[in-house]
Design a binder for this molecule. Sequence first.
Ligand code: ADP
Length: 473
Amino acid sequence: MKSYHSLIDGQEYVSPAQEFFPDFNPRLAEQTHLIAQSTTEDVNVAVAAAARASIEWGKLRPLLRGRALHKISQLIMDHKENLARMESINTGKPPATAIREIAIAAEYFEFFGNLTSQSAGDLIDIGEGSHCFNRREPYGVVGVITPWNLPLNQLARSVAAALAAGNTVVVKPSEHTSASTLELVKLIFEANILPSGVLNVITGAGATGSALASHKDIAKVSFTGSVATGKKVGAICAEAVKPVTLELGGKSPNIVLADVDLEQAVAGCVKGFTSNAGQVCIAGTRIYVHASIYEQFKELLVKQLKTLDQSADNWAPIITGQQYQKVLDFISEGEKEGLNVLYKSDNADVPQKGWYVPRVVFEVANERNCISANEIFGHVAALTPYEDIEDCLELANDTEFGLAAGIWGNNLNQIYHLVANLDAGQIFVNGYFAGGVENPLGGFKESGLGKEKGIEAYMNYQRSKNVVISLAL
Ligand code: ADP
C-alpha cells in the first residue's frame, strides 16, 4: 500500500516520527493509502521553509507571480484526467464530477494569477504638504486548512489567492483526502514552477491543523470545514489576534414563489440538495414552496428524484464510515420524530457496497425538528409549504447559519424583498450554484467570517499599510 508524506521546501519530507493513518475509498469502504501523521516539530519545519521563501516571493514583481500561477493552471489542465482519477478515489465521487471540479481548480489559478498586477494600493489626498497612500502587502506565511468534500477545488480557491497576493503557504489537507493534494503539489514541484518553500503541504489530522494555526509565524489562517472546528480555529486566531477566514457550514433555504417555472424550480431544488450527496456547504437543504403550487411541486419532486436514483452515475458516497452513520442516524431520528417521509430512495437503487445513504425528503411545518435544524451533510431535505412571504422569510432566517439561499420565481418585488432580507452571504436567483471563481463566497452568522473567491478574497490575503510623507515645501 502506498504511503504518502508531507511535501516541504520543494521535496518529500519524511517525518522522523514515522506514524501513519489510513485513507479510505468511500465508494468501496476500503483502505487505499497510508498518510503520514505530522508532529508539531514537522509543522515547524514546514512553516520555517515557507517563512524563508516569503522574503523573495512577497517582493517578486507581481506580474511574475501571476505568470507562475498561470503555469499551475495549465499544469492542472494537462493532468486533469489523472488528478480527477485520484480525486475520485479520494472522495468516491464519480470521475465526471471530479473532472469538473478540477477544471474549476485550474480556473482559480488563472483568475487569481490575473489579479496580481492590478492596483496595489491607493492615493489619499490630505492636502498640500503631504503625500499619503495605502500600500497593500502580503501577510507572510498563510496556513490553509482544507476539508474533504471538494478537496482540490477548495485547495485551489484559497492557495491561488494567497500565493497571488504574495504570501507563501503551508496547506494542511483533510486527513480523509490528502492524496490528491499531495499528487498536485508534487506535480508543481516537478515542473519547477515555484521557488522551494513557497508552497508546502503538511499532512495530519486535527492536532496538526491546530499546531499550524497556532504557529507564531503563521500570519493568517484560511479554514474551510465544520462550524465546531471553525470555532476552535477562530479561538486560536483570536488568542494571537491573527486574521482568519472561516468558511463554515450552512443550512441554506431554497424558496419557491407562486409564479415560478415549476419544472426548472424542482430541478434546481433537487440539484441544490443532492449534489455531491449533499456534502456541499452551500447545499439548499430547506425547501419552502408556496401553498398554491405545493401539491404539484411534490409530485414533480418525487418524479425527478426517482429518475435521478435510477442512474448509477448520479450516486456519490458519504466520505467516511463515521459520517455515513451520522447521516443515517439523522434520517432515523427524523422518522422517530414522526415527520412525514415524502421520499426515500428505494433500497434497490442505493448502491450496496460503500458508504451510500438514501436520498430523503421530509415534510416539516417549521424549523423545530432535527432535520431542519441541523446541517446533516447528506442528501436529506426538509420541505415546507408557506402562504405568506413574510412567514417564509421568518422560517428561512430562523437558523444559526447564514451561508447561502436560493429563490425561484419571476415576481421581482418579492425576489428583491427576499434578497434584501435573507440572512445569507450568497443568494442564487433562478439558478442554484450559479457563478464561478469570480464571485465571493462567505457566510453570515455561524457560517463564517470573511470571503473566499473573487477580488474580495484576494484583498483579504493582503494587509493595508498607510503611509504619510510630510513634504518640506
Ligand atoms: P470533519 O469533522 O467533517 O472532518 P472538520 O471541520 O473537523 O470536518 O475538518 C476540516 C479540516 O479541519 C480538516 O483538515 C481537519 O483535519 C482540520 N481540523 C480538525 N480539527 C482541527 C483543529 N482542532 N484545529 C485545526 N484544524 C482542525
